[in-house]
Each structure stands twice: as C-alpha cells, then as structure tokens.
Write a protein that binds this ligand. Structure first.
Ligand code: TYD
Ligand code: MG
Length: 481
C-alpha cells in the first residue's frame, strides 16, 4: 500500500509538503515547515492492532435527556450562536488580543454558573489570580464557575471526566494547549490540531459544550490553525476598532444557526454591555450637515441596522488616484465608481476617493450601493444630503437601482429613529406599504439620484441660479486638469 509521504507541515497555515523547503508556498512565510508524523497523532499500536468494535445505530427521532441548547442569558451572544450553546458542540471564538474575548466569556460563564449549571473555565494564558481579578472587576466573584490554569489536554480531559458532566467548558486559549500524543511545541499547527481533536472528542462523547478561544493573526485569520476552523461546529469572530468602544460578534461559520447575525457590545469600565439597539449607537456621533455623509438602512441577519457612510472625494496629486475603503468591499466601491463614470457622467478619475463606514461596522450587503453613491456624489459636489433621509438599494452595472430584501423592516427602523424620508428603489415602493411613516423618494436609476444631488449642490453654490433638473457633467469636472 502506498505510504502517505506528506510529512512536512507549515506551522503557520497547515499546508503539507513531502519534502522540506525554506518558504511555504501557501502562505509565503519563511522557515515554518516542520516534520510531522505523516500518520497524524494516532499511535501505531492503536492504528494497526485494534479490531473494529460494533456500535448501535440510532434513529433521527431520539430524545436527548436535556435541553439541546444552553442559553447564555446574554441576548446578543445567543443571537449569534443561534439560540444558545448546543450540547456536545465545539465553538471557536477568534479575535485580536485585547479585544475582550476573555471578558465576554467570563461574563457568559458567570451568568450560566449562577443559573445552576456546572461550568468550567480553563485558562492557559492567565494565572487563576488574574482571572479572579477580572471577575472581581466585573462584579462576578460570587459566581460558582470552576476555574483552573492548565495547559495539558490529557490532564484536563481526565479531570473533567470525573463527577457530573459540565454543561460548558471554556478553553482560553487553544494555542496554549498541548497534548502528549505529538511532539511539537505548544502553539504549532500540529499541537493545536491534536489538542482540538482531543477536546472535540471529549465534547462529542460527554455532551458538554466547549468554547475554544483562538488568536487572530495580523491578516485576520485565526492564527496558525485554519485547520481548527474546519473541525469545530461554529466559528465566531469578535471584532472592533481598538480606539472605539463597540465590539461586534459575528458568526463566520455555524452548523446550528445563521451566519449573518451580529451581536453588538460596548466595552465599558465594568465589562461588556449589550447594545440592543445598534442603530442608535452607530448614529450617535453623526456629523450633521457635512457633505459626503449618507445614512444607510441596512440589515444584519434579522435585524435592521442604520449606519452612516462617509465619503471624501478630493482632487488627486498622484498619477493613479487612491481608492481607500474601510468597512466595505473595495471591489463594490470600484463598481459603484465605474457606474457613476459610465452612466452618470461623473468623472472621478482625477480624484482620490475614501469611503468609511462609521462606528467600525463591516457591511456585506450590496444594498449599501445607493448610500455609497449618494455619499460620494455629495462629497464631490460639496452638497450636503438631507439629514433626515436614509438610503438603500443595489446598483446594477447598467445604472439601474435594483430592489433589495426586507424593505419594510428597513423603513420601520428608520421611522423609529426619527428619519422622515427614504431614498429607495422604485420597485420597492409597493413593498413598502402605504403607512411606512416616511416620505418615499423612489429612484429607478442612479442618474436620477445624481441629478437630484447635483441640483442641491448648484442651489447651494449660487442662490440665484435656478435649480438644475439634470446632472451637469461640467459640475463634476471640477478640479480636473
Ligand atoms: P480581554 O478580555 O482580556 O481580551 P482578550 O481575552 O480578547 O485578549 O480584554 C482586555 C481589554 O479589555 C483590556 O484592554 C482592558 C479592557 N477591559 C475593559 O475595558 N473593561 C473591563 O471591565 C475589562 C474586564 C477589560
Ligand atoms: Mg484573553
């Protein structure tokens, strides 16, 4: 039988090679390949000598002894997990160091322990005293969480096999764990994978839910072990801008729930506070009356979220103008710019373009196209958009504004937050219903919107000039040489 010869594994990304080389072709890192037992972590004695045992096959309709999900009591966390931690499942929580992973999990575990569940918190990074100190700061010292500072997976599994099965076990972090079955150092791909495997086996066997904490590399991947992402049931990513208080928990993968939900938190001096109405938070520091800002009525999962898009369009001094975007897809921005150039006569090739989503939110919806276009044109012609309007709609390559899902939910949220008009796709007007509570400005092509903003610009620029009804490309050529 052919022997599996892939035995050199990159300790950064997990790519396997059959001979040593200095640079990993997959991730480009140098000197990260280490020799690994090609057969993985299963000892030879077990592999070759063990005879298969028989096991009982079961039906789909079997009853579990306990509720299948364990609700954490934190609405924002439960929303992202899809209603709580599933029995026997393993969840990976990734995020930059210092973002608040340990804080979040300390809070969640304390609440569960107070509710009478057996909860274990294993810290591989901090000493027991440090974890206690955090709990004290959070006012959770009285919660009966079972705590230990341990890093050996074998010891952890033996300890937890005794007594009642814990409902939830937190391993903070998986990169600090090590197992005897493999020889590499803790933190290497081999160790992390073997440790995760052992813990996953334990979870499936006993029905305990396990949360693994994972660090994130500078390029946003859960460090080293991408492999772990494939092994676990759910991957949550905890994100936020260092300078801001908002933290967003997002499901990247979830076998038991949706992947488009977000949970919003605010880091305070007393730990993480749940933000039940994120729109209020994202709009709290609005720059009212500045050209180049538009409010986007978006949907994150099942929840409407209003957020401000900020654009800056300025004449460039470079041969190739800059396009920088934070919080949105750069290729989506390029597309909107191309449509503006091709169909609306808006010349942007001589301008640097910056687009920012306020509050550190990351938008994935194409529905933000219309708001982005409005912000860009508003900045270019230096005309402020109405401060009481929200925008949403997808822009097609032909410049048509296409309808998007969940129009009523977007309008309802906008009305709730005191907005009085919405700029939306023509075809969504019917869906909106008569009593949206907002004045609806339906546009069917981007040209119409550009013309309206340009008219505002010219009214502002010259009070005596009649408002222009059509886009005047001349206005947009400002600053071009
Ligand atoms: P931590 O949960 O230790 O982050 P992680 O486990 O993701 O590395 O959070 C550390 C940061 O959070 C630290 O900069 C201090 C801050 N923090 C607060 O602002 N308030 C608090 O109540 C706590 C416990 C931490
Ligand atoms: Mg931590």
């Amino acid at each position: 039988m052919a022997k599996n010869t892939l035995s050199f594994v990159c300790q950064n990304c997990g790519a396997a090679y059959n001979r040593w080389q200095g640079k990993c072709d997959a991730c480009g890192e140098w000197n990260t390949l280490a020799e690994e037992d090609a057969t993985g972590s299963v000892p030879v004695s077990i592999r070759s000598k063990r005879k298969g045992r028989t096991f009982a096959l079961e039906s789909l309709a079997g009853k579990s002894p306990d509720a299948p999900r364990l609700s954490s009591g934190m609405t924002e966390l439960d929303r992202v997990t899809g209603g709580g931690f599933v029995r026997g499942s393993v969840l990976l929580v990734g995020g930059d160091p210092g973002i608040g992973k340990s804080t979040l999990l300390t809070q969640a575990t304390s609440m569960l322990a107070r509710a009478g569940h057996r909860i274990v918190y294993i810290s591989g990074e901090e000493a027991v005293a440090q974890v206690r100190l955090r709990a004290e700061r959070l006012g959770l010292s009285d919660a009966p969480v079972q705590l230990a500072a341990e890093t050996s997976v074998e010891d952890i599994v033996s300890t937890l096999s005794e007594g009642a099965v814990p409902r939830l076990i937190v391993i903070d972090s998986i990169q600090t764990m090590w197992t005897d079955t493999v020889e590499s150092a803790p933190g290497t791909v081999t160790q992390v994978r073997a440790s995760a495997q052992a813990l996953i086996r334990f979870a499936k066997k006993t029905g305990a839910a396990i949360i693994l904490v994972g660090h994130v590399t500078k390029d946003g991947q859960i460090a080293g072990p991408r492999v772990v992402e494939h092994m676990v049931d759910a991957v949550l990513s905890f994100e936020g801008e260092g300078s801001q208080q908002f933290r967003i928990l997002r499901a990247v993968k979830n076998r038991f729930g949706p992947t488009d939900e977000i949970g919003v938190f605010e880091m305070t001096g007393l730990g993480l506070r749940e933000v039940t109405n994120p729109s209020e938070l994202f709009l709290s520091e609005r720059d009212l009356g500045t050209p180049g800002t538009a409010v986007f009525a978006g949907i994150e999962g099942t929840r409407p979220v209003l957020v401000e898009l900020q654009a800056l369009v300025a004449p460039t001094s470079l041969g190739t103008p800059r396009r920088a975007v934070v919080g949105w897809d750069p290729s989506r921005l390029s597309m909107v710019l191309a449509v503006l150039e091709a169909h609306c006569g808006v010349k942007l090739s001589g301008h640097d373009v910056y687009l920012n989503v306020a509050g550190g939110l990351r938008i994935h919806e194409p529905a933000a196209d219309l708001a982005a276009a409005a912000a860009l044109v508003s900045s270019l012609v230096n005309a402020q958009l109405p401060t009481d309007a929200v925008y949403f709609g997808e822009i097609s390559l032909s410049g048509v504004v296409r309808p998007v899902a969940q129009t009523p939910a977007r309008l309802k949220e906008a009305a709730k937050l005191g907005f009085s008009r919405a700029v939306l796709p023509e075809s969504a007007r019917g869906e909106a219903g008569g009593d949206a509570g907002l004045a609806l400005n339906a546009v069917n092509s981007l040209t119409t919107l550009v013309a309206e903003i340009a008219a505002r610009g010219s009214r502002r620029g010259d009070a005596n000039a009649p408002a222009e009804k059509n886009a005047t490309p001349a206005r947009f050529r400002r600053g071009e040489g």
